[in-house]
Design a protein around this ligand. Structure first.
Ligand code: CMC
Length: 430
């Protein structure tokens, strides 16, 4: 098949042919890497139409509301698989057979404990620190424990770093919660599932027996699956960029956690719950809808809209169902759920939201589920970080595995001053 080309006409130059590269699905891309020779850069703040890399991990069709991990639809994975199997899939590119899965399971469980010295690091934080602030610090600090034994050019070393990260994240996350409320740290229990173990480390205390509620365990596992990966989002791109310089993977994941923290990204579920509480009753919804539409008001409907999904977010559909399951099981009648459902109904019929293709995203219902499970609000984004670690690590590994991998180094459109002459401070009069 002849390769297709885009023809670019630049002022005063001969036409340039730019190769069009086809993927297996989604938009084709125009390879503009030869443009530099013509003296031009491309300009796309926020990467609205720029593919920053080639990847075979996750595919999203935002217009159709499709999310595939290694080819499998997210709804099937959430319904039929479990988080560790999804981790294997994302990391290795295919589902494991029984032996492979058992081995993977036991390796991940083997690494759940953390170095006792790292536990002491927590004492350096204020008790009222946001757990995401602690996570940025302690995950970054893992690099101080595993830097010397890590050769990132060695495939086996990269693999062990990936296992360590996936295994230790729930332990570190639960410790950041325990530290904030003054309870003793709970050691991991490797006889439990990944989700069950996390719940135990969060909620068990030494003076009482703790039994994992299977409905909550399954719900937590689904939340982990739904947040496991989402292709080149802000935090994943941050991890890739940090890792492109050959940096330590634990430090790269700490950079991803920092990026995830923002309210436009992983902080949205916390922000969404705050918003629902502020709305508080169904009759105040029109007031908030009007604010969201007002150009002069910075208020946005949290949990609504997405850079890529312009139809529906398939994760939100699963999350909505999980929300009802958890609330039913716990026999909780949460008025915030009524506010959320009515807000969703009204917004989806409103011309502003229809025209701008703003639909509920995964975070719209996840805050209500997590709150019902007894998870404090400040831990919502931390849970997202636990789940997304496998996505970050899979992208980091994929990038380093690619032949000809180079440091990421975007260009810019410079709009600052030029040709200024330096005067000594005594001679300056501004
Ligand atoms: N409420 C009201 N208006 C909105 C909203 C919203 N939630 N989201 C976007 N808009 C409007 C926005 O004002 C803009 O209008 P105009 O074209 O008139 O200027 C238009 O829709 C496009 O918005 P944008 O900010 O240019 O879109 P974006 O792709 O840069 O931003 C987003 C995507 C998710 C940051 C944004 O929709 C948002 O801030 N949503 C609320 C925060 C949220 O729920 N974030 C979680 C995302 S899902 C979890 C994850 O993957 O991290």
């Amino acid at each position: 098949m002849t390769e297709q080309k885009a023809i670019l006409h630049l002022p005063g130059q001969e036409a340039i042919e730019l190769p069009i590269i086809k993927g297996t699905a989604g938009n084709d891309v125009i390879d503009i890497s030869s443009l530099g020779k013509a003296g031009y850069f491309t300009y796309d703040p926020g990467f609205l139409v720029t593919a920053s890399c080639e990847s075979a991990i996750t595919y999203i069709d935002g217009d159709k509301g499709i999310l595939l991990h290694r080819g499998y639809p997210i709804a099937q994975l959430a319904e039929k698989s479990d988080y560790l199997e999804v981790c294997y899939l994302l990391l290795n590119g295919r589902l494991p057979d029984k032996n492979e899965f058992d081995k993977f399971h036991s390796i991940v469980l083997h690494h759940t404990m953390i170095h006792e010295q790292l536990a002491k690091l927590y004492q350096g934080f204020r008790r009222d620190s946001h757990p995401m602030a602690i996570m940025v610090g302690v995950v970054g600090a893992l690099s101080a424990f595993y830097h010397d034994s890590l050769d990132i050019t060695n495939v086996k070393h990269r693999e062990v770093a990936a296992y360590r990260l996936i295994s230790k994240m729930p332990t570190l996350a639960a410790m950041s919660y325990k530290y904030s409320n003054g309870q003793p740290f709970v050691y991991p229990d490797n006889s439990l599932s990944y989700a069950g173990n996390f719940l135990k480390m969060m909620f068990a205390v030494p003076c009482e027996e703790y039994k994992v509620n299977p409905v909550l365990e399954r719900a937590m596992d689904k939340i982990f699956i739904l947040h496991a990966d989402h292709e080149q989002n802000a935090s994943t791109s941050t991890v890739r960029l940090a890792g492109s310089s050959g940096a330590n993977p634990f430090a790269c994941i700490a950079a991803g956690i920092a990026s995830l923290w923002g309210p436009a990204h992983g902080g949205a579920n916390e922000a969404c719950l705050v918003m629902l509480e502020e709305i508080a009753s169904v009759d105040r919804i029109p007031e908030f809808i009007a604010r969201a539409k007002d150009k002069d008001d910075p208020f946005r409907l949290m949990g609504f809209g997405h850079r890529v999904y312009k139809n529906h977010d398939p994760r939100a559909t699963v999350m909505r169902k999980t929300c009802h399951e958890v609330l039913n099981d716990l026999q909780i009648n949460d008025p915030l759920l009524d506010v959320a459902m009515e807000l969703e109904r009204i917004a989806l019929e409103d011309p502003y939201f229809i025209e701008k293709k703003l639909y509920p995203n995964v975070d719209f219902y996840s805050g209500i589920v997590l709150q019902a499970m007894g998870i404090p609000r400040s831990m919502f984004t931390v849970i997202f970080a636990i789940a997304r670690t496998v996505g970050w690590v899979s992208h980091w590994k994929e990038m380093l595995d690619q032949p000809g991998q180079r440091i990421g180094r975007p260009r810019q459109l410079y709009t600052g001053a030029v040709d200024l002459q330096f005067d000594h401070v005594d001679d300056r009069c501004n």
